[in-house]
Design a protein around this ligand. Structure first.
Ligand code: AMP
Ligand code: MG
Length: 417
């Protein structure tokens, strides 16, 4: 049986990134850039004022002080977006706003607070202005190209597009941008006992959880879920759903349940009819029975049926696949070191314990968030982290240090008690 790390390597060795597509700027958020981005303009594109005030020649203001103001003739008014041809010559100034183009001849801006202008917005232009303070040449001027020179490469392919990248892209004129395509993930639940969430379960029936939980995970990790519904525990039924996935152009197929050793676990057979199961069972808890292979050359996951196992195996195996397909170059989920408030037992398989992690007295502490059965959803909803008991370890003491994968940060979700 493979370890979690070995299974991840074996799976990812078969996964390639999807092709890029060009999308509108806001559709690029949280996706991976697939081109280098050059600035079509310098930033700022022209010398401009960093303050509301007066554009001046610094040389005119030598010795200016509150008790010895220098008086300059105001020869222009320059709001942002309205450049002027007027030149500032000795003894003159122009009223200017933040972001307005600096006029010829001026080499500094005096903030309005250092003048006798009472700065009441669009008040009438003074004929002359008294200035109470000297300025250095270049003061309060933002020079052309001081942020980004023209033709500079501002972003390289493979970076994640966050709001900061959206900001830069818009500044350099990228209203459309090339990013890697979002994976289309076909999701199917299998089991004779399943009814839809809006149905009333009869005797022996339960609601279909996995299709929705895995769809939510697909969405969270940047894929597009294609919901195929429930297949009954018959090879023909599963086969029909697999064909539907292919028909819809899925990049990845994720089924849940029916991959164990029970008499009605038909999923593996249905896959093998037009593909292969390359890996089955991982030394992981929860979630030992996980199958990976291909169906008509499309990567296939058969996740365990127990809802927590399905989600935990999704986090460890499907999420990395989605990231690689989406163009990310890294896929490891970061971990933090936590101190355990209680002991955790394991059976030697790498264990992912549902826990609540928070910062207390300067350290990150973790306590279990409830029952750890692989069917127990409530403790998962109360968890913000998975504490990892490494492969081969059967016991971690209270007070011991452990690694935790954060599902969310405590600031982002409410604590359960
Ligand atoms: P199986 O892998 O088919 O043996 O299923 C393992 C357990 O998971 C059983 O208790 C199933 O009833 C349960 N299960 C299977 N599929 C789902 C599902 N879609 N939603 C909720 N529970 C499920
Ligand atoms: Mg079953």
């Amino acid at each position: 049986m493979l370890s979690v790390a070995e299974a991840q390597q074996a799976i990812l060795s078969q996964i390639k990134r999807l092709e890029p597509e060009t999308v509108r700027l806001l559709e690029a958020q949280d996706r991976v850039l697939a081109e280098d981005v050059l600035a079509d303009t310098a930033l700022p594109p022209f010398d401009n004022s960093a303050m509301d005030g007066y554009a001046v020649r610094a040389a005119d203001l030598i010795g200016a002080a509150p008790d010895r103001p220098v008086r300059l003739t105001v020869i222009a008014d320059i709001p942002a977006g309205h450049p002027t041809e007027v030149e500032i010559v000795a003894g003159t100034a122009a009223r200017i706003t933040t972001g307005a183009m600096l006029p010829r001849g001026a080499d500094a801006v005096v903030p309005v607070e250092d003048t006798n202008d009472n700065a009441r917005g669009a008040s009438a232009l003074l004929k002359s202005v008294a200035i109470y303070r000297a300025v250095k040449s270049g003061a309060h001027v933002r020079l052309i190209g001081s942020d980004v020179p023209r033709d500079e490469q501002v972003l390289s392919a493979n970076v994640l597009i966050r709001p900061a990248e959206i900001a830069l892209l818009s500044a350099v004129g990228y209203s459309r941008v090339k990013v890697y395509r979002r994976p289309q993930v076909a999701l199917l639940a299998t089991g004779d006992e399943l009814v839809a969430p809006d149905g009333q379960p009869g005797p022996g029936q339960i609601r279909n959880v996995n299709e929705y939980s895995t769809a939510a995970l697909v969405q969270r990790y940047g894929g597009v879920p294609l919901l195929l519904g429930i297949a009954r525990d018959r090879t023909e039924d599963v086969a029909a759903k697999l064909e539907e996935a292919i028909g819809q152009g899925a990049d990845l197929i994720v089924a849940s349940a029916g991959v164990s050793v029970g008499a009605y676990d038909v999923v593996k057979d249905a896959v093998r009819a037009h593909g292969s199961i390359d890996l089955w069972k991982v030394r992981m808890r929860p979630g030992k029975p996980i199958a990976f292979g291909t169906y008509r050359r499309v990567p296939f996951f058969g996740l365990p049926g127990n809802p927590v196992s399905a989600m935990m195996t999704f986090e460890q195996f499907v999420r990395p696949v989605l990231r690689i397909m989406s163009g990310f170059t890294s896929w490891q989920k970061p971990t933090i070191t936590v101190t355990l408030l209680e002991a955790i037992e394991s059976d030697g398989r790498e264990t992912y314990a549902r826990a609540w992690v928070e910062r207390r007295d300067g350290i990150w502490i973790a306590r279990l968030s409830g029952g750890q059965g692989s069917n127990m959803l409530h403790s998962l909803a109360r968890a913000n982290a998975l504490v990892i008991v490494p492969d081969g370890i059967i016991h971690l003491d209270a007070g011991a240090a452990a690694q935790a994968q954060m599902l969310d940060w405590p600031e982002e979700v409410a604590a359960w008690s």
